[in-house]
Structures are given as C-alpha cells and as structure tokens.
Design a protein around this ligand. Sequence first.
Ligand SMILES: *Cc1c(COP(=O)(O)O)cnc(C)c1O
Length: 398
Amino acid sequence: MQSEARKPAPVNPSRIVAKAEAVLGSAPRPIALHEPNFGPRERALVIETIDTGWVSSGGRFVDQFEQTVARYVGAKHGIAIVNGTAALHLALILAGVRSGDEVLVPTITFVATANAVRHANATPHFVDVSWKTLGIDADALDHHLQEAATMQGGVLVNSRTKRPIRGVVPMHAFGHPVDFDALQKVAAKYNLVIVEDAAEALGSQYVNTPCGSLGLCAALSFNGNKIVTTGGGGMIVTNDDALAVRARHISTTAKLPHAWEFLHDEVGYNYRLPNLNAALGCAQMERIDEFVTAKRNLAGRYIDAFAKSEDGTILAEPSGTRSNYWLNTLVLSSSNFAERDAVLSALHAARILARPVWTPMHLLPMYKELPRAPLPVAEDIHRRCINLPSSAALAARQ
Ligand SMILES: *Cc1c(COP(=O)(O)O)cnc(C)c1O
C-alpha cells in the first residue's frame, strides 16, 4: 500500500505539449528533432570543389577540416573518415581490439557503437549507464567486472565466455559528458583501453577537457543530424602519433607512396572523407561556437519551461561539465511505456517530432544473446526519456 501511495501521478501529455510549444514558439511545423543549418559559406565552399574539380580524395579541404577539428577538440591529429561508424570501427582496431575480444559498450547508445565493435570482429559486452550522465556508470561497471571477470596475466578475461575484455567505449549521450575520471580509474584497474564514441559531443567539455580528447582516441560523426555536418562523415582524433599514421594508412587502402606503382602492404579500407564533404565541414566549423551557444540557450529555455512540472524534467548537464546539448532530453516522472507513447503521440499530433531514446542494444534481435551486466537504469531510461527538437535555429525563434 505504501508503494501504491507513493506512485507518481500519471503524466499529462497536453501539459507537456503546451510547455514544448511555449519554448518552440512560432517555428514552422513540423519541427524535426535536429536539422542542419547552412549559410552562404557552406554554399560557396561546396561550389568551389565542383568548380575546381576537387570533389574526391584530393583537394585542400580535407587537410583543413582535419586540422580545424583536431585543434578544436585539443587533439594533435584528426583523420577524416567517411562516417562516424567507420571512424569508430578503425579506432577500435587501432586501439588494439582483436578478433574474438569483448568490448564494454553502454546499452543506451545509437546502434553504430555496437555495430562498430562487431565490424571489428569483436563482441559488445553491454553495461549499464548512470542517471546523471546517461553514459557508462563507472561504479556499476567496477562491480560487474569484479563479479564477471578475472585478470589473467594483465588481461581482463570474461569468466563465462573466456574471451579477453580489451576495452571500453564511453559514449557521451546527447552531448552530456560521461564521468571520465571515475571511468578512467576503472579502466586502469582492469587494463582496458578507452576509445571514446564522441559522435554526439563535439563542443562538449568534461571539466576543462573537450570530449574527443579524453581517451586514447575518439570517433566523431558529421552525419546530417549532428551539431556540425558534412552530409555524411566522421573523424578519428588522437594525440598518439603512431596511431594517427596507421589511421591514415589503413583508411586509404594501405597504399604505399609511389609515383605510379599500386603497392598495398595490408588489407586496407576505403574510408577517407571526400573533399566535397570536407568543404561543407570547413564552413560548418566556422560556426561551431554559434551552434553551441544557440543549443545551450535552447536547453536553458526547455529547463525553465519544465522547472516546476509534475510531468517531467529536462536532463541538465552533469556538474563540472559543459554540454553541447545536442539533443534535449525530457525525463518523464512516470516509468511506463504506455504513458511515454501517449506523450509522443500528443507531441506528434502537434507536429513536434519528438523521439524516444534508442531501444537499448541488449533488446535488439542481433544483440540480445550477448554478454551483459545487470541493466536496470538503462531499462528505466528507455521507459522515461524523450528527446525534444533541438536544432540550433530553434534558439533564434521565440
Ligand atoms: C551518429 C552516431 C555515430 C556515428 O554515426 P554515423 O552516422 O556513422 O556518422 C556513432 N555513435 C553515436 C552514439 C552516434 O550518435
């Protein structure tokens, strides 16, 4: 009876719609979750690639884009890649993930994180996330590894599958940085390499360090829905000189430099970003600060609108971090799929194209038999979290 009495009141979809409408004002309907934002520079630089003929693997924009992004995240090297998934695939290989290894991945993530691990012929091992960040919960991870794995000659081994657990892929969900200090302690304790999935976190900072330069290397994405886009694109960023050289080599078919001979010294990949896409990226990077500021303003307005709501709250950036607020997250006060779906229906009826958080990886058909930790927080997040429209342009409208 006690627990009955404490049950929160059902969420009220029309009250939520009214609050979202107050923030979104006169923006034309339908309002997408996230839209790209282009101006005259984007147009000029893309047209330059067409006019000069440098649309493909040569041209000035790839180098410039790599340097601009690497400098922005405080990394020594950037290697532009065709998309974020491919960047993560190569990053894992370069970080030492081998066929037959397991890699710790948060179950709350976009499917690309788990797919990239499979592309590297390794097995995702799903772990739970924290309500503070929606990213990997380092304490829960430590507890799980104490129970489920042992150190054997400096390598962490899954006691059940007998496979080496080589690394961990923190993902900064919706731009909110993971608790990296705590994660790094656990990674050091179990000798795990850290490869960041920073696809959503360009412009976010953990304490004073940009996301993307926290681990050995990181993958960024410039897909059309990300804070900065190249149409499709990605990048590996790292401070490790040797890793950067290898990344460049294997992403361009492992071709040896020669004036005419086609010599390749291993099975490489055709993963380099075309100059056409990099041109768009160069123009977008001129505006990254404008985008981050706009998105933080929009987040502030959502936070204010839901501050006293009984229906839910907006997830704020974790303390000590600065989030790019790539997507704003409404956390419903009730943990129930029917109520979540009623809210999504009401928002869609108002042509506000909100979305639920991703289906956790361990519930997808191809990943449901894989190793995993207990995942109670992730399953609660799945029932409670809704992403609200978060395009930078929405901040300009009232
Ligand atoms: C966007 C994204 C990626 C990479 O996606 P691409 O579409 O391949 O660029 C990877 N991980 C996460 C968490 C993402 O949001």
